[in-house]
Design a protein around this ligand. Structure first.
Ligand code: FMN
Length: 177
């Protein structure tokens, strides 16, 4: 059976980020022959300038993307949008196509009841522009995130089951591709 490599990308650089904690919960939901690594280094990616040679941090990001069979992004919403750090990283890949035809699951998590839905909608538009593979089950917004995380772990059972569905759907898309 072929080994499947999944990559997680958190849109938050905070040490105690709820979005990163949600991604970490995926590690305990994985089936056999599947690995899941959370990308470290979004903060090493400089501002995007079209036409310049990829700086080291961008090479590292693109290598991780190319090695992944599927990608799960979990992001907060800042000022009704995608955090600049994450959008900047995605912009570096527009011309080189690392996300093109790549199965992606898109998740937003927010302490508000809206679940970061505006950031999620914006992220989905960008992921469409990048040519990612998704279906109607490839997106999830998680409201009231602070109440679903305790001492660094995702504890809310409903959210864990929704995360499992995201993972299963992502793996299904990877399998079909
Ligand atoms: C500058 C800033 C802007 C924010 N804007 C929004 C917003 O528009 N919508 C929202 O739901 N939460 C907003 N928040 C709250 C974040 O959702 C909250 O800080 C969240 O926990 C961040 O995710 P993290 O725990 O993964 O770092 C904002 C937070 C900051 C610091």
């Amino acid at each position: 059976m072929k080994r499947i490599n999944l990559l997680g990308i958190s849109g938050s650089l905070r040490t105690e980020s709820t979005n990163t904690i949600i991604l970490r919960a995926v590690e305990s939901l994985l089936p056999e022959n599947t690995s899941f690594q959370i990308f470290q280094g979004l903060d090493e990616i400089p501002h995007f300038i079209p036409g310049v040679e990829d700086p080291h941090g961008v090479v590292k990001f693109k290598t991780a993307l190319r090695q992944a069979d599927g990608i799960m992004i979990c992001t907060p919403e800042y000022a009704f949008g995608v955090p600049g750090t994450l959008k900047n990283a995605l912009d570096w890949t527009v011309a080189t196509g690392e996300f093109n035809e790549k199965p992606v699951s898109a998740i937003s998590a927010s302490p508000l009841h809206t679940g970061g839905d505006k950031a999620l909608a914006s992220l989905l538009l960008t992921l469409t522009a990048l040519g990612t593979v998704r279906n109607e089950n490839s997106a999830l917004s998680i409201p009231d995130s602070k109440h679903k995380v305790e001492i660094g772990s995702l504890t809310d059972k409903l959210t864990i089951s929704l995360l499992q569905k995201q993972l299963d759907n992502l793996l299904d898309l990877v399998g079909r591709h």
